[in-house]
Ligand binder design. Sequence first.
Ligand SMILES: C[S@@+](CC[C@H](N)C(=O)[O-])C[C@H]1O[C@@H](n2cnc3c(N)ncnc32)[C@H](O)[C@@H]1O
Length: 354
Amino acid sequence: MADDPDTITVDPDVYARDPQIPDDWISETFSIGSSVYRGLMENGRRYQTLSNKGYIIPSDEQMFDSYEAGHLVALVLDSDRANPLFQSPIGDNPKHVLDLGTGKGTWAIDVADLFPEATIRGVDLFPPPVTWTPPNCLLEVDNALEEWTWREQFDLVHMRIMIGSFDPKEWDQVYTRVYENLRPGGWIEQLEACPSIECDDNSLPEDSILRSWGPNMLACGEAAGRKCDTLDTMSSAIRDIGFVEVHDKSYKWPIGTWPRDQKYKEAGSLNFQHWMDGMEGWCMWLLTKHGSPKPWTKNEVIVYVAKIRAELKNPSYHIYQRARRVWARKPYHSEVMKTPDSMPDWERTPEPDI
Ligand SMILES: C[S@@+](CC[C@H](N)C(=O)[O-])C[C@H]1O[C@@H](n2cnc3c(N)ncnc32)[C@H](O)[C@@H]1O
């Protein structure tokens, strides 16, 4: 019987080696480092230096590998759509698209390939590590919290996995800037994943260290003034700025190859790599600065990460993280602004069942 597309069913054969999964799927990816970009080295990781305030996640090769895997997870989970890159209905002939916090620039490059007539900008605090982009893709180094100097009005402004980038006031500032820089009728779209690890069938033991990971990260984020609950707050924050037609789609991003359904298995395999490459970078800054009960040492973080990685490799843990995509429209001039209470119920896609 075919799996319900919204249900992640456990693959009973995952415990016998799946011949379709390469032997090295559980090994970490080590990439060749580049010395082209300077940054601030701290605890063995490279951080951006453009913003004095600092960004909690490093900008280095290991992190870029993680971004690449995260990008593929998002694409696989929307692979039933003709365009898995975004859901905003901007038509076939957009002119200007902006990707805020573009990271490695992969999303911007893919969108540029999809719309060769459009200009796609990607902007980040750290230079995206790419040597070639399509001619209609411009990757720039800038701080989204500084004045925006682009002249064009965008059809779409996109953000993905920006949790931890801003405090609540800064989020409002960013959403307001997006609003001001969209053409009337233009769209904002944001995809976020929650750091917490979830499990619906109790296959993850109560005393698992994986269960401590999410609360630990959320507490550190809060202590750093960068609450990491963006997934749950972005929809209302976007609505409050004045966007209308706020759509909301929830996902479960499996971690590991435990699902039976081929799409979820592939997404889980990629997300496993996303986590293996990303985990140390996600927590090193937060724990060494805001760890509890006092800031952790680099070695304490390394030991913690090793334990988490060991648990992640256990295929009998049917684990996932929640993710959510929100997309919303800037009203046209002619539109009568509606109060939130009188707004229609726009499409809301609930979390799939596991
Ligand atoms: C977790 S990464 C996600 C990268 C990319 N969006 C993706 O999904 O692969 C967040 C990115 O946002 C960038 N960023 C954080 N704060 C920023 C700011 N104020 N201005 C521009 N970029 C920023 C970081 O440098 C980082 O590359």
